[in-house]
Design a protein around this ligand. Structure first.
Ligand code: SAM
Length: 411
C-alpha cells in the first residue's frame, strides 16, 4: 500500500516590530499558517515547509522566519551546551559552511549572555566535528547559517533562522540610501495594514523621504511579493527543497502585475534629493516610472493629488530621529494642521510619531492610536479624520478646546 507522505509540522516563529503582532498574524493566516500565539514582538505559528517558504516570500510585516528546533529547561551554561549538542546539526548544514549564534533573554538568571552564546556555539561546532571530522567556522557578518537562542527564566529555545538577511531588506534599497531616517519596510507595511488602506483607496505620503511607504503600497497593489528578488537563509540548509521553492517563486512572479495605468498612490517631499532617491527606489522595486506620482513640494499649503478623498500615511520629521525642518517643526505643526483642514477634508491621516503630544499640537482628537516601536523608539500611529474648518464634530472640538496650546480650527 502506498501511503501519502505527510509533511511534518514545523513550529515557526516570526518576530516583528512590537505593536504589529495582530497584523502579522492576519498575514500569516492568509498564507495558510496556523497561528498558535502572538507574544509581544512576534507570532508563533505552525505549518509545513511550503508555509515557511511562503511566509519568507510574502509576509510584509515579519522581520524574520525562524523554526524551533529544541527546547528545554536550563539553569546554567552547561545545560545550554547539552541542549544544543543533542541536536543533529550534521543533518542541518555542512561543516564548510559558516555559522553565527545570537542569544536574547528575558529574566534569565545567567550572568553573561556572551558566555551563553559561546557555549551554544561550542556545542554546535563540537557536535559537527565529532560527526564529520570537520568544524564549521564562525562568520558574524555574512554567515550561511544563523541560530537564535531565546532564554527566559527557566527555559531555553533554539531556533534556526530561515530568512538570512532580515525580511525588511527587500533587495531594492541601496547601501548608501540612508535618507533621512528611512522607515524599515516591514514597519511601513504595518502602518498600511493598521491604517486599513486597500489598493482602491487613494494614498498620499506627503513626507515620503526614500519612498518606503508608497513602495510597500504599490507592491501590494500589484501583487509583487516582497521577497521575490532576494535570497533566503533556507536556500543554504541541507533540507532545502529547490523544486518547491522555485515553484512558489515562479507562482509569485506570474501573479505580479505591471501597472497599466497610474495607481492612486502619490508621494511628495520638500527635498528634491529625497524625490530622486524615491524615484530610483521605485524603479529598483520593480515599479514602472509612472505607477506612483512623485511630487517635489512643501506639504504646507498643498492640495490633494486626487479628486477622491483617501488616506495620508506618513512619518513626518520629528525629534530624536531627524533634524527638525519645515512643516513638522515645533510650531510648524500649525501649518500641518491648517493644510489638512483647508485642503484635505474627508481624508483620513495616519501619522507615526514619537511625539505623544501630536494631537494637542494639531488641535485634533485622534479617532484611534496604536502604540508601535520604530526600532527602540516608542511611537504612536495616530489616526485622524480630517474635517473642513468649522465642521469638526463636537467630540473633536471639545478635545481641541480642552487642551492648552491647541491650534484652533480656522473658520
Ligand atoms: C522622517 S523622514 C520620512 C522618511 C520616509 N518615511 C522614508 O521611509 O524614507 C521625513 C521627510 O519629510 C521631509 N520634509 C520635511 N519637511 C517637509 C515639508 N515641509 N514638506 C514636505 N516634506 C518635508 C524631509 O525631507 C524628509 O524626507
Amino acid at each position: 500500500m502506498i501511503r501519502a507522505r505527510v509533511a511534518p509540522t514545523l513550529r515557526l516563529f516570526a518576530p516583528c516590530p512590537r505593536g504589529l503582532e495582530d497584523a502579522l498574524a492576519a498575514e500569516l493566516v492568509a498564507l495558510g499558517a496556523t497561528v498558535v500565539a502572538r507574544p509581544p514582538g512576534g507570532v508563533a505559528f505552525d505549518g509545513d515547509q511550503a508555509i515557511a517558504y511562503r511566509a519568507n516570500l510574502h509576509a510584509r510585516i515579519a522581520s524574520r522566519v525562524l523554526v524551533r528546533i529544541a527546547q528545554g529547561a536550563y539553569r546554567d551554561e552547561d545545560d545550554l551546551y547539552r541542549l544544543a549538542s543533542a541536536h543533529g546539526w550534521e543533518a542541518v548544514f555542512r561543516p564548510d559552511q559558516t555559522l553565527r549564534v545570537d542569544v536574547s533573554a528575558i529574566r534569565s538568571p545567567l550572568q553573561s549572555l556572551n558566555f551563553a552564546t559561546l557555549r551554544i556555539k561550542d556545542a554546535i561546532v563540537d557536535r559537527m566535528r565529532n560527526a564529520t571530522g570537520e568544524r564549521p567556522s564562525i562568520d558574524t557578518r555574512h554567515p550561511d547559517v544563523r541560530v537564535f537562542a531565546f532564554l527566559d527564566a527557566t527555559e531555553a529555545t533554539l531556533y534556526l533562522d530561515l530568512s538570512g538577511e532580515p525580511l525588511f531588506k527587500r533587495g531594492w534599497r541601496q547601501r548608501d540610501d540612508k535618507g533621512e531616517a528611512p522607515l524599515k519596510e516591514n514597519l511601513a507595511a504595518g502602518l498600511l495594514a493598521l491604517s486599513g488602506w486597500t489598493p482602491e483607496t487613494p494614498l498620499l505620503d506627503p513626507f515620503c523621504g526614500s519612498g518606503t511607504i508608497v513602495i510597500e503600497a504599490a507592491q501590494a497593489a500589484l501583487d509583487i511579493a516582497p521577497g521575490a528578488s532576494r535570497s533566503f537563509g533556507f536556500e543554504k540548509l541541507a533540507d532545502f527543497d529547490a523544486t518547491l521553492w522555485s515553484g512558489l517563486r515562479s507562482d509569485a512572479i506570474r501573479r505580479s502585475r505591471r501597472a497599466s495605468a497610474p495607481l492612486p498612490i502619490a508621494a511628495s517631499d520638500i527635498d528634491p534629493r529625497a524625490i530622486e532617491q524615491a524615484r530610483m527606489n521605485l524603479s529598483r522595486a520593480g515599479l514602472g516610472s509612472d505607477a506612483v506620482a512623485l511630487i517635489c513640494r512643501d506639504f504646507a499649503g498643498s492640495l490633494p493629488p486626487f479628486e477622491r478623498p483617501g488616506l495620508i500615511v506618513c512619518n513626518p520629521p520629528y525629534g530624536e530621529r531627524v533634524a527638525l525642518e519645515g512643516a513638522a517643526e515645533q510650531g510648524g505643526f500649525a501649518e500641518f494642521a491648517a493644510t489638512l483642514r483647508d485642503g484635505f477634508a474627508g481624508w483620513r491621516a495616519c501619522v507615526l510619531t514619537s511625539d505623544r503630544a501630536l494631537p494637542r499640537q494639531l488641535g485634533m482628537k485622534e479617532r484611534r492610536k496604536w502604540p508601535l516601536y520604530n526600532g527602540a523608539l516608542e511611537c504612536r500611529l495616530f489616526v485622524f479624520d480630517i474635517f473642513a474648518p468649522g465642521t469638526a464634530p463636537r467630540r473633536n472640538r471639545a478635545a481641541a478646546a480642552d487642551t492648552p496650546g491647541e491650534v484652533e480650527p480656522r473658520d
